[in-house]
Design a protein around this ligand. Structure first.
Ligand code: SAH
Length: 263
């Protein structure tokens, strides 16, 4: 992740409201940690701290140890400027509903501006209308409407996964391309690539690689291969050096048939 992306990542928190089972809190901590999330806020948990939370957290006990426990949702999100509430059903009239993917994009976008949170309700009743109305939008995991409610920790896992996926996509988008990765070299231009391709085609004929096969089909495949690699200008020069050498080596074989080449 770039410094900027990781700074945004640190501004993300997961808030669990009135969770009933310590085991779910532990599983949620594990779900978060597998995706690189560490900031958990527990609003009035029924069982916490608890051995079951520790047991289900497995290697994520540090997330539990650092969890902030507060009395009300408002206390848990007071310093956030953007909050999303996860609900199997959109209950609060007028609240926009996002998919987990859209939610991840919005949360990371907003994290560039300050603290953000994603909130989950209790196992028995979910988020109340009052809690949802404190959120900027609802998040609905597109489950089967006939059986729409996921286990709390599994819902956390899905949101955590989408957040990580989005952060990775962002990091990929800003990462240097393959040519730049080869020592910050300039990628070969279209005209340099065309020069290379015509050199390649002539050389294939000169070294008698084609043997009656269609140069068009072979060149199409080779073009695809080399364009996919996005070579740098210097790499193309090396390739052309190899072609020149191959043609030079092949020449003595062709020499006897060419009277002008007689030595
Ligand atoms: N019985 C509750 C569901 C509780 S599941 C109800 O009917 O609302 C515990 C929490 O997991 C929910 O409050 C919600 O935050 C999250 N969750 C479960 N299924 C979800 C879904 N399909 N979409 C979004 N969040 C979901």
């Amino acid at each position: 992740m770039s410094d900027e992306t990781s700074a945004n990542w640190q501004r993300l928190r997961v808030v669990l409201v009135e969770s009933q089972l310590a085991a779910n809190i532990g599983s949620a901590a594990r779900a978060m940690k597998t995706m690189g999330l560490t900031r958990m806020v527990l609003v009035a948990p029924l069982q916490f701290p608890h051995a079951n939370a520790q047991a289900l957290a497995a290697g994520a006990a540090d997330v539990l140890d650092q969890a902030l426990v507060v009395d009300t949702l408002l206390a848990g999100i007071a310093d956030c400027h953007y909050v999303l509430g996860c609900s199997a059903r959109a209950r609060c009239v007028g609240l926009p509903t996002l998919s987990p993917r859209e939610a991840a994009r919005k949360l990371l976008e907003q994290a560039a501006l300050g603290e953000v949170a994603v909130v989950f309700g209790s196992e028995r009743v979910g988020l109340s209308n009052a809690d949802l109305c404190r959120c900027d939008a609802a998040v609905q995991i597109p489950s089967d409407p006939a059986f729409s409610s996921l286990n709390l920790a599994q819902a956390v896992q899905i949101l955590a996964y989408e957040l990580r996926q989005h952060a990775l996509d962002q990091a990929m988008a800003t990462a240097p391309g393959p040519a730049a990765a080869a020592g910050n070299e300039r990628a070969a231009s279209k005209s340099e690539m065309e020069g290379f391709f015509s050199h390649l085609e002539t050389t294939l004929a000169a070294i008698d690689f084609l043997k009656g096969r269609s140069p068009r089909v072979i060149m199409q495949r080779l073009r695809r291969l080399f364009l996919r690699a996005t070579p740098s200008q210097r790499e193309v020069l090396i390739l052309r050096g190899i072609l020149s050498e191959a043609a030079r080596q092949a020449k003595p074989l062709a020499a006897p048939s060419s009277p002008s080449d007689k030595r």
